[in-house]
Write a protein that binds this ligand. Structure first.
Ligand SMILES: Nc1ccn([C@@H]2O[C@H](COP(=O)(O)OP(=O)(O)OP(=O)(O)O)[C@@H](O)[C@H]2O)c(=O)n1
Ligand SMILES: O=P(O)(O)OC[C@@H](O)[C@@H](O)[C@@H](O)CO
Length: 440
């Protein structure tokens, strides 16, 4: 049983999930053979210990499986993507496909064990199933656990091309712990020389006929207890897989701690760069420049002068998906200027915050020598409501009151403090502080 994916979300940003790379960086590789991918996602995630199977657990308000799928969907030389989920998660999977625009994904029904689920995914390409007429049997098939979100296009390319040459290929990583064998009394029988062994990871790739034939010959024991596709290719087809050293990020989300680790990795990659919109109004003492200099010590900073650039340039910047963090300097009183409200609309319209939380920090300037901050209560309440509404759309609005005087050294000190707070807000991405005034 399988169902087509829904229409993709228009104008989806082009950001690679966890390393903030533009679609262009995926490269213009061309392969002279067809490739498809099968992502087993039909497990229950018992070791995670959550009611929701781990592939559907949220990472920064987004299902883990969607983060993995995004990378595959943006690799243009992968023609079809099959995700294998249990029958009871079919509806949830299709909702995820629709919400995150995974338009190239086909859902296939899983089975009791991982090998059986993978085999079901492969069958979708060769058995004339009435509702999967669009899948074409590939020359090479990539198999990748849906709970391994940090796979990069390079690794997919390496295993696919190696599989085309050798019949099978898989990613490996050095062992962290030594492997030991126990005797029936649970005492040490012997230990393996760690340097001679590697951990088998994913992605793996096979010429389709090799892995399909292997699964056709599998014993019930293989299906029930096996965990290694490469082993099946060797056992049933005599194909010894090419083993390719993979990067550290290939690990599989298995336990709860792995979800926290995944969230930290994504937060770190989202926090790498910020776009400062200056020129929304005339800024005293060139605060935009000072803030840029202070922030540049903490992250990559680009500056866009709102008034000098046409709105299209600002739209292009937001749509590029290169930024998930924006800073605006608001020089008038404490309401949000219409430009900032416009910026919020652009972020929403470009669906930037569908994928990951967007941070918008509004820096309100207050010259202590000419005025004292008096926030009208109705302004304060209205902005808190606006921040709550934005948070429901995954946009976090933080507000910083930057008091300054004409004494430049004091200004620089205040700006340095402000930059440190902005850096922390971006890194933490915590909704707890949205709409509140942080004062420097
Ligand atoms: N019957 C199964 C079992 C597992 N998988 C998938 O295979 C991948 C790796 O398996 P594993 O990490 O063992 O997932 P679970 O079986 O869900 O985890 P646990 O063993 O803790 O229950 C996961 O994406 C999982 O969803 C699958 O498609 N079908
Ligand atoms: O054994 P589990 O079901 O937790 O996960 C499957 C892993 O063993 C597998 O993905 C790699 O070892 C590569 O085959």
């Amino acid at each position: 049983m399988a169902e087509a994916a829904s229409d993709s979300e228009p104008n989806r940003p082009l950001v690679c999930n966890h390393c903030n790379r533009m679609e262009q960086a995926i490269g213009n590789r061309r392969l002279d053979f067809s490739v498809a991918a099968v992502l087993p996602a039909g497990g229950s995630g018992e070791r995670m210990g959550t009611a929701t199977p781990k592939q559907f657990c949220q990472v920064l308000q987004r299902p883990l499986i969607s983060i993995t799928l995004e990378t595959f969907e943006r690799v243009h030389w992968i023609n079809d993507i099959v995700v294998v989920v249990s029958k009871q998660n079919f509806e949830l999977m299709n909702l995820i496909i629709k919400r995150y625009g995974h338009s190239r994904t086909t859902v296939v029904e899983g089975a009791l064990t991982r090998h059986q689920s993978i085999f079901n995914g492969l069958k979708a390409f060769v058995e004339n199933q009435p509702c999967i007429t669009w899948l074409q049997k590939p020359e090479v098939v990539i198999i990748h656990d849906a709970v391994r979100p940090f796979v990069e296009e390079d690794m997919l390319f390496h295993v696919a091309t190696a599989a085309k040459e050798c019949g099978a290929a898989g990613a490996i990583r050095p062992l962290v712990s030594t492997v030991v064998a126990t005797n029936p009394e649970s005492y040490l029988d012997h230990s393996l020389e760690r340097a001679k062994y590697r951990a088998s990871e994913m992605p793996q790739a096979f010429t389709f006929d090799v892995i399909y034939r292997a699964y056709q010959q599998c014993t019930d024991y293989d299906f029930e207890y096996g965990t290694e596709c490469l082993h099946l290719a060797l056992k049933y087809c005599g194909i010894s897989a090419r083993l390719i050293d993979g990067p550290p990020d290939l690990w599989k989300v298995t336990y709860k701690r792995d979800l926290y680790a995944a969230e930290s990795i994504i937060k770190e990659s989202l926090s790498k760069r910020v776009c400062i919109f200056t020129g929304i109004q005339e800024e005293p003492v060139q605060l935009g420049r000072l803030l840029q200099e202070a922030l540049q010590k903490l992250m990559e900073v680009d500056v866009l002068n709102w008034s000098e650039n046409k709105e299209s340039r600002c739209i292009q910047t937001i749509s590029s998906g290169q930024y998930y963090n924006f800073v605006c300097i608001n020089v008038n009183n404490f309401e949000l200027s219409q430009e900032i409200v416009k910026l919020l609309e652009l972020i929403e319209n470009r669906k930037l915050s569908v994928l990951y939380p967007v941070v918008l920090t509004v820096v309100h300037l207050n010259n202590l020598e000419t005025s004292s901050p008096c926030v009208q209560m109705e302004d304060f309440i209205s902005i808190k409501e606006l921040a709550k509404e934005a948070n429901r759309k995954n946009i976090l609005i933080f507000r910083l009151l930057l008091n300054y005087t004409q004494e430049l050294d004091k200004v620089e000190e205040s700006v340095k403090e402000a930059a440190s707070i902005i850096d922390s807000l971006i890194k933490q991405r915590s909704p707890a502080l949205i709409g509140h005034f942080l004062v420097v």
